[in-house]
Write a protein that binds this ligand. Structure first.
Ligand SMILES: NC(=O)c1ccc[n+]([C@@H]2O[C@H](COP(=O)([O-])OP(=O)(O)OC[C@H]3O[C@@H](n4cnc5c(N)ncnc54)[C@H](OP(=O)(O)O)[C@@H]3O)[C@@H](O)[C@H]2O)c1
Length: 402
């Protein structure tokens, strides 16, 4: 007789807890607190700095750090939850005297520099929290590691090492050689998720590909007469505009351009810029040819091999590419294993037949053993009457597909 399913064994829970504690061993609670603020700050530059990374930094003078560690952690984080002005002195309700900054535009100063400038002389002897390793090379701006050393920062707490070959540990090495204490890996999984498109671009040279689809619960994306507007409601469509705003380019197939004549522009409430910074309109890309009068112009027209097209877009500095259909383009990207994230908006509706367009047109898995299996990233998110489901490849699936 088979054993009843008892869920996770207590010994497994214990080993999970031990692994978590081991990962966090040596991490001070206040490091996680201040890094949370740096992560929050990084969102401010999410939509305006690519192909540079959207980074957040906080300078915390010694006395402030001590006071912060006395606060209960969740309370302190929620107090930081409100938006703080750029390069600010802490606003009322937060411990006084911390200075935060985020990367500025396509060529402006990096996050560390914004925070250091705000701190001025108070940076001497302070701790710097930064979500990504400070750079050590001359790019559009001078090396941040030098500025950190010159400011007299005593300790630097870093979320992630920068995979960009121009940095890749050189910033950390420079800081340590100058006698600065360096701690790395604080809240790394959260920052890996926040910077996923940047990390993918630097590791592969290609954009992070987000395939967006809107469908009925029976998985249909357009009616037999070609109409598909609108399957989902206002909130889901607003969310899709946020995805567009986070993307550096939006791609649609020539079939969708002919059927829908989409503008592929970002349309968002103006006050979103308070939290996520200004939007830089994504480049519009058509797979195939767009008619002369199509609303999508000016656009880039690409054709041929999809991998080569992604290489080309990556070289142009496209860090995140959003694919907006249709079903034949969706099929081709999926079949080639080129999708990093599937964002599927499901409406509580049924076409109720097999004559409407499915999510993908073209041959799929031939057998149940060949079915593509990913994992859900988070829970389905309600958006008005609709839900958003995020699906990502499993690590092993990704290796096979690329
Ligand atoms: N529900 C949704 O989320 C959603 C989103 C978008 C669109 N849609 C619907 O989807 C339908 C359109 O989908 P569809 O499958 O007919 O067309 P599609 O996928 O938008 O575009 C297919 C076309 O793209 C061109 N193309 C594809 N790969 C190419 C390559 N490698 N090189 C050059 N050109 C390439 C070809 O254009 P040519 O034929 O010119 O050679 C091909 O016919 C519409 O009804 C639209 O309303 C639904």
């Amino acid at each position: 007789m088979s054993e009843p399913d008892r869920g996770i064994e207590p010994s497994s829970i214990e080993s999970l807890v031990r692994a978590k504690l081991a990962r966090e061993a040596g991490q001070r609670p206040e490091d996680r607190l201040w890094m949370s603020l740096a992560i929050h700050e990084a969102w401010r530059s999410r939509r305006s700095v690519a192909p540079r990374p959207w980074v957040g930094a906080v300078v915390v003078p010694g006395a402030v750090a001590t006071r912060a560690s006395e606060l209960p952690l969740p309370a302190a984080i929620s107090r930081f939850g409100s938006a703080l002005p750029l390069g600010h002195r802490s606003s009322p309700g937060c411990p006084e005297g911390a200075f935060a900054g985020s990367t500025q535009g396509a060529a402006g100063p990096h996050a560390e520099i914004v925070a250091l400038l705000a701190a001025g002389a108070l940076a001497a002897g302070a701790t710097l929290y930064v979500t990504l390793e400070p750079c050590a090379h001359f790019g559009q701006t001078p090396p941040c590691a030098d500025a950190v050393i010159e400011a007299g920062i005593r300790r630097v707490v870093i979320g992630l090492q920068d995979p960009d070959p121009k940095v890749a540990g050189a910033g950390i090495a420079k800081l340590e050689a100058a006698g600065v204490e360096v701690t790395t890996g604080v809240m790394a999984p959260v920052i890996e998720a926040q910077l996923a498109p940047y990390l993918a671009h630097r590791r592969t040279g290609r954009p992070y590909v987000v395939l967006k689809l809107a469908a009925t619960v029976d998985g249909r994306t357009a009616a037999p007469d070609g109409t598909s507007r609108w399957i989902t409601g206002d909130e889901a469509r607003l969310d899709a505009h946020r995805l567009r705003a986070d993307s550096d380019a939006i791609l649609a197939g020539a079939g969708t351009v002919r059927a829908d004549d989409p503008a592929l522009t970002v349309r968002l409430p103006l006050d979103e810029a308070d939290t996520y910074g200004p939007v830089v309109e994504p480049i519009r890309v058509v797979l195939g040819t767009a008619g002369a009068s199509a609303k999508v112009h000016p656009c880039l027209e690409v054709s041929g091999d999809l991998g080569a097209a992604l290489d080309d877009l990556g070289e142009r500095g496209i860090v995140q590419l959003m694919i907006e259909g249709g079903a034949s383009v969706a099929h081709d990207f999926h079949a080639a294993g080129l999708v990093d994230r599937y964002v599927i908006y499901l409406a509580p509706a049924l076409f109720g037949g097999d004559d409407a367009t499915p999510l993908f047109t073209g041959p799929g898995a031939g057998s149940i053993t060949d079915v593509w299996r990913g994992r859900f990233d988070g829970f389905p998110r309600p958006l008005g009457a609709d839900v958003r489901i995020d699906l990502v490849p499993r690590a092993d699936e990704r290796e096979e597909g690329t």
